[in-house]
Unconditional design. Structure first.
Length: 396
């Protein structure tokens, strides 16, 4: 089933910064709201929302435009899936697959995985997401049976999230490929030469690095696999880093240096210092001390506990995958007035905890859109309407 070899020029472009904003658009689309009880105002279900964004009708939602150099269209080819066969409406994870075609010929696929959705009203889903995010104290060897030196280890939470959740997601209702798990769908797609981009934001980005590695390891995989995650916490140790960089030489992961999440869990010192007097550039937040906030202290306590576990040898140190670091830019620390305006434009209440507000400001996709837009070699791509106030007003 290998077919015609994929266009090497296209593969090179897909693996470069060129289409980063396209991938970010698809990663952001995975946050399409689920249908919650008595929504106000009424909204389409998640499958319809994603399908409208990819395929139209034009005007229903912002239709994703064609990418530069390769005029074509996106279509939804699997999903979305947000539960397993055993728990079809779990909502703790969400993924979908879009195909970009030109004249009816598939040029590439994009697997998009949702990150932690702090607005999710399904509390069981929140618990599962947080567990995947923080269960880094426990590690498992993966791939199992590896004889590499050093052995590859990954966070148990990330491992369980991939094998028990992501790969077992199954579309229901108005989705595409209803009843087919993501694992079954991808197992057939990797047997062709059509490139597969894997993206996501936050937890979804961490899972993107894991899923890309899993696909690459499958017997008979001939599809070029291209991970481009945004703000991923680090999944594994030096052994996993070696495996990842061998499988994906020159791959790109995007990280805002003011965002706490990409420092997890390889740089504990930076996580403790971020946004304080010792932060990069020494910028002042201008509000209440962030390390004195309730949420900040909880995270700091976990970070210090984790740091001790690494130093006493009970946890193998995590190693950061290669990043294309963004910024920093003068003015990139969100002041109270900037945060208030930002959350108002997003039609979200400002978190009562100043530390949490700063975390969301630095980590949310709109901030990444602004930063990635300025990165060298990135093609323009209008995810948000021109002049949209949703995008944080960073100062150059």
């Amino acid at each position: 089933m290998s077919g015609t070899p994929a266009d090497s020029t296209l593969i090179s472009a897909l693996n470069s910064p060129q289409y980063a904003l396209t991938y970010l658009a698809l990663a952001s689309l995975a946050y399409t709201d689920v249908q919650t009880p008595d929504p106000a105002p009424p909204q389409p279900d998640v499958a319809t929302g994603i399908k409208n964004a990819l395929e139209g009708p034009a005007g229903a939602t912002p239709l994703l435009p064609a990418i530069a150099d390769y005029p074509g269209t996106f279509s939804l080819t699997w999903g979305p899936g947000y539960g397993t066969a055993a728990s079809p409406t779990d909502y703790s994870n969400l993924a979908f697959v879009a195909t970009y075609s030109q004249g009816g010929k598939p040029l590439f696929l994009v697997v998009s995985i949702r990150g932690t959705d702090v607005r999710d009203l399904i509390k069981a889903g929140i618990i599962n997401q947080v567990w995947q995010d923080i269960d880094a104290l426990n590690q498992v060897q993966w791939p199992a049976g590896s004889s590499a030196n050093p052995l590859p280890y990954v966070a148990k939470g990330s491992h369980d999230g991939l094998f028990n959740k992501i790969l077992q997601l199954v579309p229901i209702g108005d989705a595409v490929n209803v009843g087919t798990t993501l694992q079954t769908f991808l197992s057939s797609q990797i047997m062709s030469n059509v490139p597969i981009v894997v993206t996501g934001h936050s937890l979804g980005a961490c899972q993107a690095t894991m899923l890309a590695t899993w696909m690459k390891s499958q017997s008979g995989c001939v599809a070029p696999i291209i991970p481009q995650p945004f703000a991923p916490p680090t999944a594994g140790t030096q052994g996993f880093y070696n495996l990842y960089t061998t499988n994906f030489p020159g791959s790109i992961a995007w990280a805002n240096p003011w965002d706490l999440v990409p420092y997890a869990f390889w740089n504990m010192d930076q996580m403790k210092q971020l946004w304080g007097g010792e932060s990069p550039g020494g910028q002042s937040y201008g509000g209440p001390p962030l390390d004195k906030s309730t949420f900040g202290l909880v995270v700091r306590g976990f970070v210090e506990h984790f740091d001790k576990a690494v130093k006493n040898g009970s946890v193998t140190p995590y190693v950061q995958i290669p990043y294309a670091k963004l910024g920093p830019y003068t003015g990139s620390i969100g002041t109270p007035s900037m945060l208030s305006s930002f959350f108002a434009n997003m039609k979200e209440p400002v978190p009562g905890d100043a530390w949490m507000a700063q975390l969301e400001w630095q980590h949310f996709p709109p901030c990444y859109y602004n930063l990635v837009s300025r990165a060298k070699g990135v093609n323009p791509y209008p995810i948000y309407p021109p002049g949209s106030e949703v995008v944080p007003p960073l100062l150059s």
